[in-house]
Design a protein around this ligand. Structure first.
Ligand code: BT5
Length: 262
């Protein structure tokens, strides 16, 4: 396992000061470990969680050498993006942990809007899109009683450095301060994580509705070996996506990839 103390990944005190200023008194985001470059903030988060790091610990990097997505996919992580992981120790049943992807998606979407006025849409279960291109991806992983939330956002990343299906806040024509955005994400996530902890998914589901793209429209959903098309109608009360198939039957999905067919 990777070592946080590896001299290859030298912590950057000036980044930590900037982040601590914008995070202020928000408990999520403390302590902060910031790096100019790491392999993956998720690897750092796993190592810190295994060492007993407290809930709220933030690992932040200006660049990742081996950023990753779900199922072993690559997360392209050049300079200009925000790459962070947060360590949580949720007090809800493990069956509900996957809901944290939507809790985080809602928080990041609201933070992006607050800082830039851009309104991304959420593509269930873990992407933020702008103009149908991916602005942000979210990864939820577990580590011995901890849950690690990984968030990657293309802020001022040059479009040429990103995959063709991606976009950045700058490409949408808006400047954005990566540190301010990080502070706002911590505050929003603090709020929604607290709501989820005390009341479950219900308040998150209500707040998510205006942000989810594709409701009422045709989608293709791929879940493992299953691929189906239908109309995405809603989320159920545990965050599963409801899709009405041509036969009229409504199926719910707990995981999968959604393609919007418009
Ligand atoms: C995700 O996976 O979208 C989760 C990405 C999580 C990244 C963060 S960054 C901080 C933390 N540390 C990490 O190492 N990871 C987390 P998935 O749904 O599997 O989507 C991956 C797919 O998104 C790739 O196969 C590409 O198609 C696309 N992609 C890769 N890099 C991208 C980027 N920078 N922007 C937009 N799309 C990208």
């Amino acid at each position: 396992m990777i070592k946080v103390s590896d001299p290859k990944f030298k912590k950057d005190a000036s980044l930590e000061v900037k982040l601590a200023q914008t995070i202020g008194d928000c408990p999520l985001g403390k302590p902060v470990h910031a790096f100019a470059s790491v392999s993956s903030t998720m690897d750092m988060a796993h190592a810190l969680a295994a060492e007993g790091a407290p809930e709220g610990t933030l690992i932040w990097a200006a660049r990742q050498e081996k950023g990753r997505g779900r199922l072993g996919r690559t997360w392209v992580s050049p300079e200009g993006g925000v790459y962070l992981s947060l360590i949580l120790r949720p007090k809800r049943p493990t069956t509900e942990i996957s809901q944290l992807s939507l809790v985080a998606g809602l928080s990041v979407a609201q933070a992006v809007q607050a800082v830039t006025s851009l309104m991304p849409s959420i593509r269930w279960p873990n992407d933020l899109l702008v103009n149908d291109r991916k602005l942000c991806g979210i990864l939820v992983e577990a580590e011995q009683g901890s849950v690690l939330i990984g968030i990657g956002i293309n802020v001022s990343t040059p479009i040429a450095a990103l995959p063709p299906e991606a976009t950045s806040i700058l490409a949408a024509g808006l400047p954005c301060d990566a540190y301010l955005l990080t502070g706002e994400i911590c505050r929003r996530l603090q709020k929604w994580y607290a709501a989820w902890t005390s009341k479950g998914f219900a308040p998150v589901r209500v707040a998510l509705r205006p942000w989810i793209g594709g409701f009422g429209g045709p989608v293709r959903i791929t879940a493992g070996a299953t691929e189906m098309e239908g109309i995405a109608t809603d989320l159920d009360d545990s965050g599963r996506l409801l899709v009405r198939l041509d036969s009229g039957i409504v199926r719910s999905f707990g995981m999968g990839e959604v393609t919007l067919l418009r």
